[in-house]
Structures are given as structure tokens and as C-alpha cells.
Write a protein that binds this ligand. Sequence first.
Ligand code: SF4
Ligand code: FES
Length: 243
Amino acid sequence: MLFRVARSHKGKEITHYDLYKVDARKGMTVLDALFQIQDYMDESLAFRYSCRGAVCGSCAMLADKVPILACRTQVSSLKEVSSKLKPFTALTDTPLGWNAETEILLEPLPNLPILKDLVIDMTRFYDALESLKLWAEPAKGEESRIQSPAERKKIERYVDCIMCALCFGSCPVNAEKEEYLGPAALTKAWRFYEDSRVQDPKTYLESANVPAGSPLCDLIYNCVKVCPKGVAPGGAIRKMKEL
Ligand code: SF4
Ligand code: FES
């Protein structure tokens, strides 16, 4: 199996693509293929991972132009994956010489700067989360606040976010507007708005309703299609916009 992998020795942008022949095995994930390349062919190849089990969110990238988690995507399934995403340049521009029939194309997740090869700089993604002050302050002297299972259930989908940034990297608005806070941060603001333990939920709506926040979302829903945890950011942002 041939892998065409984006390289950027100087960082910032893709400089070229290298071709590697991987010995594909049954059940092999894209991350397994990257390990094989790094271990046996090219130790200079950079990619990010940690948990290897779709929990840490650090292995997000593009495979055949589809935003995926490398650790949970099997190589054998790639050619059947059709992303049905609203396109933007990073998802449509293909490198010269790429044979889509015989080669798997690996590229860094779009919409965030490249540090090296498949490793992106997540600063903007984390800054967006931080800017919304997404935590609940306890009242003075308060030690705990009880939440019922039903109340927990209401926010469960949003709590499941692993901050992989696949939504950010697949969003055409993030591609166009660097200032846009992005689907994950806005969805987390909605999660706090819906959290029964929060004393003044409206503050989270207000902090998301800033020029770089929910008003910029065009309800395109690429984020819903790529999210590996079923968080469905677009639905949360739609409710937020309605309010
Ligand atoms: S909302 Fe989904 S796609 Fe976005 S960061 Fe969270 S887990 Fe990843
Ligand atoms: S390595 Fe943790 S999500 Fe893929």
C-alpha cells in the first residue's frame, strides 16, 4: 500500500510530498501505518498521537482529503469513506501526481498552522476555548453542587468532546475567517448554558455571542459529519443562534 505524505521541513506550509510503501496488514490503522514509516523508512516524519484509542484527540489529520482520527481509522476502510463535506480549498486541492486509486494521501488538518509535517499548532483552537471562560465558578463557601442523572444526560453529548479539532479543521468558516472561535469552543459554551450546576447560564450565551463567535457560524454542519464522538456541534450552535 502506497502512502503519499505531506512534508514541511520548515514548518508553516506543505513543501512537498514523500511516497512510502507500507506493508498493510488486516486491521491496520492509519496511525499504525505512520509508525511503520517512522520506524523503518523515515525517522524524520513528524505526527502527533498519545492514547491510540480515540480518547486524547491528538491524531487528527486529513486522509484522502477526509478529516479523520488516525488511530481509529483503518487503512482498509479509507477508500470507502466519502466525507460529503461542503468543500473548501484544503479539501479540494490535490497534489500533483497523487493517484487517488492506488495511494493514500495524508496531510495535516487544515485551518491551523503547520508546525512540521502532520503536526499542527493548536494554539488558536485552545485560545478560542480559553477566551470563552468555560468553567463554572462555585459560590462563596460552596463545596459541591449535586447533579441528577437526568441533568447529566442533558449535557452528556457535549461533555464527550475530546478536543481533537476535527470540527475546526473541517469548517469552511474557519478556513475563511481566522478570528472565528470555531465549533468546539461554541459548543462547550452551550454545554455550560445547559449545565444544571451553573448559577448564571446566560453569561455563557453572551460570551459566545461576540463578533467572532456564534454569529459567524453559517450552519454548514461539516462539524457534525466529522466529529468522532457524536458531539454534533452544529446542532448546539443552531440552538444558541436561535436564542
Ligand atoms: S466537537 Fe467533536 S470534532 Fe470538535 S473537537 Fe470536540 S470531539 Fe473533536
Ligand atoms: S492517538 Fe489519541 S485520539 Fe488518536
